[in-house]
Ligand binder design. Sequence first.
Ligand code: 13P
Ligand code: SF4
Length: 303
Amino acid sequence: MIKDIQEKILQLKKEKDICILAHCYQNPEILEVADFTGDSYALAVKAAQVTAGTVIMCGVRFMAETVKILSPDKKVILSHPDAGCPMAEQLDKDLVIQAKAQLPDYTVVAYVNTTTDLKTVCDVCVTSSSAVTICKNIENDKILFLPDPQLGNWTASQIPEKTFKILGAGCPTHCQMTKKDVEKAKAAHPNALLLVHPECREDVTKEADYAGSTTGIMNYAKSSTAKEFIIGTENSITTHLQMECPDKKFYPLSKECICPNMKLTTLVDVLDCCKGTGGEEIVLEPETAERAKKCIDEMIRLG
Ligand code: 13P
Ligand code: SF4
């Protein structure tokens, strides 16, 4: 059944000049039909290079908007219309404008998990894999970071020579994991290394052997000589790693770490997108998209 649907998708991709990009939080049967999978930075870089006329983004809305911003002439489809990112939608543009007025000499750094509209009042985007490099490369030593205080504080801790101000509340999925979960997991698996996403709370990240983006975590686990790992990010990464490295053991830091938005898209949704009967075509106001693009171009230049 799954194979039949996948074959239809592969056939339609060829016939209709479609490229499928999938974030690595997506389910395995979706990753298998994608042309490219990766973390949000890798997907953004890829989005700028795609040659196909239509791009289907299997992920959340800000990722599809990033593709549209970088490739305005392409038809860009978000795999499920309801797949948003609560962190991306949590900051009001006027609040950022007010903060900028109070901190006129700060460079405004926006996590790419933000709306297109919010990006128009920011200076440069970062992703979890590029935040430290980009914040180091920014000439200014004063940075206003939004909307993830966890990623912001973690980035600031790596660059003590710069001053950071932080705005926003972060990711509800990653913030569910607490120090108690770490204690419990380490007690159950004393030989395992703890690998976490920097969207986790500070007291979780502090205990980690490695903190990095989703693909950063995967690459670390694959190349490590260790045999057991506790994974502190969306639980799909635990599943993918277990399939790719059957000789190693992977344990989720918390059973609750499931992003409901990333999990909305099904294989049938992807098929419907290919048929032209599903998903949502991303339409952006050209002037807004052009202004937001400056932030993303800066991210690619500085990253
Ligand atoms: P990455 O930058 O690691 O892809 O993470 C994106 C995201 O939404 C994590 O919650
Ligand atoms: Fe957004 Fe968090 Fe889901 Fe990532 S895991 S898409 S940041 S809600």
